[in-house]
Design a protein around this ligand. Structure first.
Ligand SMILES: *[C@@H]1O[C@H](CO)[C@@H](O)[C@H](O)[C@H]1NC(C)=O
Ligand SMILES: *[C@@H]1O[C@H](CO)[C@@H](O)[C@H](O)[C@H]1NC(C)=O
Ligand SMILES: *[C@@H]1O[C@H](CO)[C@@H](O)[C@H](O)[C@H]1NC(C)=O
Ligand SMILES: *[C@@H]1O[C@H](CO)[C@@H](O)[C@H](O)[C@H]1NC(C)=O
Ligand SMILES: *[C@@H]1O[C@H](CO)[C@@H](O)[C@H](O)[C@H]1NC(C)=O
Ligand SMILES: CC(=O)N[C@H]1CO[C@H](CO)[C@@H](O)[C@@H]1O
Length: 373
């Protein structure tokens, strides 16, 4: 995802960032880049207070990252999940199809009513979108979209309005490849570049730490304040050579190793493989053998019935790291960031890696440590 060059437009953000400056103050002086805050769903400033404790781990909304868009004229605010692993934007999930706390969250994410927008146009076409979890039947419309934290209004952006959906509690902003690769129209990221809101079709995503509960996505550039050391370019594996032949952010992972405190680093067998970077997935998914080997080092021999490895929460206080090695760069993920903590009367902790025989992907439990303060 690293764009071709570090852009001048970010120097201003760098100068003021360290005190967590509001993105809104920066935008006007920052032509060519858009800094959009992204919000973790456990953030009580934005979502229901009860949300954090009601959710079960099996449902991914509790740990997803959301962006707020304003759609239509006059603008209607809607939260959508930010997903590097998919390609299209859609809104209006069926909240009656999800239970309890999920339904509350779903309602809070907001709805778009095309009839209340003077700039809305129906395209008369439909599609079914399917995800790892959930699916939606959508009808395409175009309308004006304004990004939170920016005065930029994108005109005539194509997106989906769901007529029905299952197992989803918010719309999704897919920011993977679009036009000519996965779609026959300009997707949201394409439109940012096409309408000159950004100078280049690139973005950097900083999820922030688990405790921060928010991050920022910079469309059109790199926030050089969010990392130390040099930026490393990783070639994206072409779709035709990738495991699922879908144009995604597939990269070659060289190895995974563990650095327990005070002990030597150990490399896991069979940990060289292609993986894709997916902000839409809470968990990192790896082959069962490899996941089992890592879990064993966290003191758990087998997963629960949902496929999650429950471990001792005391491990979040241990200074070890799990290290993901790529050509030229190693991302060290602290135990605390790799471990999923589910709050409650009895907090539960789980390894942020789950076994999968179908996908190898690095989700939020990895991405939070790849780039960000
Ligand atoms: C999409 O529509 C089809 C046909 O009406 C229906 O069978 C299916 O259940 C719908 N899918 C979702 C996710 O609502
Ligand atoms: C998509 O492909 C068409 C035809 O080759 C080309 O004219 C157009 O510029 C491409 N658009 C993008 C955004 O790549
Ligand atoms: C974007 O900028 C390019 C180059 O300056 C220009 O040719 C194009 O017309 C602009 N497009 C829009 C939608 O403003
Ligand atoms: C998984 O482990 C089993 C038992 O050690 C071994 O036979 C098998 O080849 C391994 N599979 C992979 C994909 O590494
Ligand atoms: C972990 O590392 C930090 C900073 O290096 C140090 O202050 C802290 O005491 C260490 N904690 C443990 C449990 O070793
Ligand atoms: C474990 C858990 O809470 N699972 C729920 C996830 O959401 C689906 C759809 O709303 C429910 O049916 C599950 O019970």
């Amino acid at each position: 995802m690293a764009p071709p060059s570090v852009l001048r437009c970010l120097t201003l953000l760098m100068a003021v960032c360290c005190g967590r400056a509001a993105a809104q103050e920066i935008i006007q002086h920052d032509a060519g880049c858009i800094h959009m805050p992204i919000i973790h769903s456990t953030n009580v400033g934005h979502f229901s207070e009860k949300r954090g404790v009601q959710l079960q781990l099996a449902n991914r909304s509790d740990v997803a990252y959301y962006a707020q868009l304003s759609i239509g004229t006059p603008p209607q605010p809607v939260y959508v999940q930010l997903d590097t692993g998919s390609f299209e934007l859609w809104v209006n999930p069926d909240c009656t199809k999800v239970s309890g706390g999920d339904a509350v969250f779903c309602e809070r994410a907001g709805k778009y009513d095309s009839a209340k927008s003077t700039t809305s146009e129906s395209l008369g076409t439909t599609k079914t979108l399917r995800y790892g979890i959930g699916s939606a039947n959508i009808s395409y419309v175009t309308d004006t979209i304004t990004l939170m934290g920016s005065t930029t209004a994108l005109k005539t952006v194509q997106f989906g309005v769901a007529s029905s959906s299952e197992d989803t509690f918010s719309g999704i902003l897919g920011i993977g490849y679009g036009m000519n690769k996965t779609t026959r129209y300009l997707n949201f990221v394409d439109q940012l570049a096409a309408q000159n809101a950004t100078r280049v079709k690139a973005y950097t995503l900083s999820l922030g730490t688990k405790d921060a509960q928010e991050g920022v996505i910079v469309f059109g550039g790199v926030d050089t304040s969010k990392f130390s050391g040099a930026l490393t370019k990783l070639p994206v594996i072409p779709a035709e050579s990738s495991p699922d032949k879908v144009p995604r952010f597939w990269v070659d992972m060289e190895s995974i190793s563990i650095s327990p405190p005070g002990a030597a680093n150990r490399v896991y067998e069979n940990s060289k493989m292609p993986v894709f970077l997916d902000s839409g997935s809470t968990m990192t998914l790896l082959p069962p053998n490899l996941t089992n080997a890592i879990a064993l080092d966290f003191g758990v021999a087998s997963p629960d019935s949902n496929g999650f490895f429950r471990l001792d929460c005391a491990l979040t206080k241990v200074n070890g790291t799990v290290d993901f090695k790529f050509n030229g760069v190693t991302v060290k993920v602290p135990y605390k960031e790799l471990i999923r903590e589910v709050p409650g009367d009895t907090p539960a902790c789980f390894l942020g890696i789950t076994p999968s025989t179908t996908f190898t992907l690095l989700g939020d439990t990895f991405l939070r440590s790849a780039y960000g303060t």
